[in-house]
Ligand binder design. Structure first.
Ligand SMILES: [Zn+2]
Length: 174
């Protein structure tokens, strides 16, 4: 799926790039436990009626563009943003810094998909490639899979060290 699929229409307009571009509205990230969820209001663009909403705990958006403004309810969403990690990835001959394994918690309280109305996780495996809609069991499954893969990578690292030592020692003898 594309990043655009994760973002309501108004966000796609403002931030056309990807999920992992932090909006200017992103506040300094604070541990969720120290944040009191904010309650704020917007005007339901469909009905013209005021609507009240309480953010997900730890939401790092400030919702400045929606507060008090005409907004489609399905365009209201919260997320918890953590610092991105990048690695040099070679896609077309020249390594470039790509975001890897960025994980956010998101909720879309009026989403047409009911499962998105409670908080879920989204992992950006590498730029613009996502695992979406993860409940806690789903996220745990991904973490377990990656953890197993890291174990294999450690074994490959040990093998590389040994193979190089043998190979270079052999060249030194000839
Ligand atoms: Zn929020």
């Amino acid at each position: 799926m594309s990043a655009a699929d994760l973002q309501p229409a108004h966000v796609r307009e403002r931030f056309p790039m990807t999920l992992a571009i932090p909006a200017p509205a992103v506040a300094t990230s604070v541990p969720a436990s120290s944040v009191t969820p904010r309650t704020w209001s917007f005007i339901n663009r469909r009905t013209g009626e005021p609507a009240s909403y309480t953010c997900m705990e730890g939401c790092t958006l400030n919702h400045a563009s929606e507060m008090g403004s005409p907004t489609f309810p399905e365009d209201v969403w919260c997320w918890f943003w953590s610092n991105p990690l990048t690695l040099p990835v070679n896609e077309n001959g020249t390594p470039e810094e790509f975001r890897v394994l960025s994980t956010v918690i998101k909720v879309e309280p009026w989403s047409p998909k009911v499962a998105e109305r409670i908080p879920f996780a989204v992992i950006e495996l590498v730029d613009d490639h996502f695992i979406d809609g993860l409940d806690p069991d789903g996220l745990a499954t991904v973490i377990r899979t990656l953890s197993d893969r890291l174990q294999q990578m450690r074994e490959t690292h040990r093998r590389l060290v040994a193979v190089r030592a043998e190979y270079m020692g052999r060249q030194a003898r000839t």
